[in-house]
Design a protein around this ligand. Sequence first.
Ligand code: XMP
Length: 486
Amino acid sequence: MSEKGFRAKFKDSDVAVTFRDLILLPGWTEVEPNQVQLSTQVSLKHSINIPLVSSPMDTVTESEMAIGLARLGGLGVIHRNCTAEEEFEMAKKVKRAESLVIKEVITISPDSTVKYATELMQKHNISGLPVVQGEHLVGILTGRDVRFADSNLLTSDVMTKKVITAPAETNIEGAKEILHKHRVEKLPLIDKEGRLKGLMTIKDILQRGRFPNAARDENGQLLCGAAVSPFDLRRAKKLSEVADILVIDVAHFHNANVFSSMKKMLEEVDTDVVVGSIGTYQAAEDILTKLDGVAGFRVGIGSGSICTTMEATKAGSPTVFATAQVADALRTYGSKLPIIADGGIRGPGDAAIALSLGASAVMMGNIFARSKEAPGTLITIGGRYYKQYRGMGSPSAMAKRFSSDRYAQPSKGLPEGVEGWVPYKGELSVVVQEMVAGLQASMGYAGARTIPELWEKSKLAGITNSGAEEARPHDVLLPSESPERV
Ligand code: XMP
């Protein structure tokens, strides 16, 4: 005990404010909401087009959510409450969903049977196969070629031999022209010697047009994040072969064992690694000074809608407070690494507050769990639809074993999360559209055209409990409420 005694423990302490305690002050503005631009850095090497990231939770992010969110401009982080192989397959599905040029082309040899070709197309859910002898393209086989063919025939008997091809370096406009001119759907790319180098398809080109705001890598594939435990180097290495960003998934990163394990992981993995969760200036400072190779910060402990960490242990750092603490540390050290504010976000206003405090993006579980693309089961309660949503520290999630190391050792007997239901909202695009429109409006009020401008220009104020009450609709009977509430 220092000579200042117990009182010193909170004498200089900050108030750990939360989303409910703050409002964004309207500022001088020359910006209309539709002029607000939401693209942002999400890790050292990667940026996304809307600042929304889905939580790695087994009722939030599997392939469908990650594909859907990346198409809309955000980033999905695949959960790890499964084997490393299952997580790898989910991430692979995201990366395979679209690409400008398919590099790992699924091919067939001319002496394979039609039966085998049909099975191969079904297995990979594709409608055609380039036929190769060694590395050389000798034909193309499509669904139409095999539809009514005797299954014992050979591929060479039914394939199209005169294939429309293009040089390996063909760009999207060139490919469109050729595909249109010859009315074909697949364009094998070959080198001067006729070796197959890739494949472009009309389906991928159309998808690109349908989702112009998608978050993609340099090959035109959708960006994908994947969660890993700080202690699971094998999983991290495996996932780094396919995912663009690894997100460390542990409730308390500022921990001696985590730091020593992470030193090795950061040395051995090339992919961007976002670390967290952290909640204090000191934690950010220690990471910046003791760990090399970090690509971003996941910030906020205990604010999540399904969290019981703070209730059970009284330990935590609400997302608003945590973001301000970490942002200050980054500013002190001149670091430009992005902060992902994680937990407790109930809508675009909360997201705007987190961004104002220095976050580059927000991570949400509850909001995304409401959509069709989330893996949770859909149920009806009292004639309304709901989706299952559970904390990764809830008893049922931890019973699956893989997520139990997210929490401190004693937590295996102490749940740090709950399981429940959230109202069903339908398509992810509806949920995202509400968030985007709300964020643009908030930033318009703050006079900020971009997220970095919001960091500079926005001003926040505290609000009392009665103020927060006034900020909601009041003194009217709302259709969804019973008369007693008015
Ligand atoms: P929201 O508010 O969007 O928060 O539901 C999602 C975030 O909550 C964290 N998380 C947990 N935290 N116990 C916790 O203390 C849990 O069981 C739990 N499960 C998820 C996680 O950071 C997630 O992104």
